[in-house]
Design a protein around this ligand. Structure first.
Ligand code: SF4
Ligand code: SF4
Ligand code: F3S
Length: 268
């Protein structure tokens, strides 16, 4: 087992803030170091690579050739589709070209974050660059881990499932792993008893807010957002919390058409 080759992972960055990678950097079980030194072979990642330029582009091409049909492709960031995709280029290639080239021989494709899943923040109206998600560009479903940023454990659990069983976990019709996105935030929220009893914060800092009442009247999107934020939390298990736990309403960052970005049903 010790000598078994670690599976190759190629990670592309496009229109994004790098918050998805930042979120993963803060995972504790496993840590990112453990993941990339012991579990996978991270063969291309612009943020984490020390090298740059032609060296890293060559590393990507070598990894794709040596692991044809077996590597995992992860895409972070939306893909601009307007004007031939000229608004995002890496190494002289557009994001559209890179996505198609790298996906062609990948064993599986994972779109991490809301940007890569459906356009996310960059696709907000008027969406001047035509930002879109990976599935739209490839014209076929991919696994999606939406969230802005997404919970790193939803991504890590998906990768570990792929490494263990050689297949992605069961996905819903938006490509989201069912283990993480099948329940409404509202179902597991720690403030739910206040909602049921009609106790609401009416403005930030008022008595109801200080007492931890329900944030629905401050715009909470928990009743229409599917994600496991209240049960998995962000950060390590001891100190972990989540937006509503901190006193901020859920903005529906995992849901196209609820929080931000282009509405549902809008493709390119
Ligand atoms: Fe940043 Fe959010 Fe896009 Fe991730 S999904 S790259 S956190 S804007
Ligand atoms: Fe539902 Fe939001 Fe209220 Fe929690 S804070 S109970 S998710 S409306
Ligand atoms: Fe996003 Fe709402 Fe969870 S804003 S992080 S889906 S609580």
């Amino acid at each position: 087992v010790a000598s078994k080759k670690r599976p190759s992972v190629i990670w592309l960055h496009f229109q994004e803030c790098t918050g998805c990678t930042e979120s993963l950097l803060r995972a504790e079980h496993p840590t990112l170091e453990r993941l990339i030194l012991d579990v996978i072979s991270l063969d291309y990642h612009e943020t984490l690579f020390a090298a740059a330029g032609h060296q890293v582009e060559q590393a990507r091409k070598t990894a794709m050739t040596e692991n044809r049909g077996a590597y995992l492709l992860v895409v972070e960031g939306a893909i601009p589709t307007r004007d031939g995709g000229i608004y995002c280029k890496v190494g002289g290639q557009t994001a559209i070209e890179l996505t198609k080239e790298c996906a062609a021989d990948a064993a599986a494709v994972i779109a991490i974050g809301s940007c890569a899943s459906w356009g996310g923040m960059p696709s907000t109206a008027p969406n001047p660059t035509g930002s879109s998600g990976v599935a739209d560009v490839l014209g076929k479903p991919v696994a999606t881990i939406p969230g802005c940023p997404p919970n790193p454990y939803n991504f890590l659990a998906t990768v570990v499932h792929f490494l263990t069983f050689g297949a992605l976990p069961p996905l819903d019709d938006l490509g989201r792993p069912k283990f993480a996105y099948s329940r409404l935030i509202h179902e597991n929220c720690e403030r739910r008893a206040h909602f049921d009893a009609g106790r609401f914060a009416m403005q930030f800092g008022d008595e109801g807010h200080r007492k931890g009442y329900c944030l629905y009247k401050l715009g909470c999107k928990g009743p229409e957002t599917y994600a496991n934020c209240p049960t998995v939390l962000f950060g390590d298990a001891g100190a972990g919390t989540w937006p509503v736990g901190c006193g901020h309403p859920c903005i529906g960052c995992t849901e196209q058409g609820v929080g931000f970005g282009k509405p549902q049903g809008v493709g390119f």
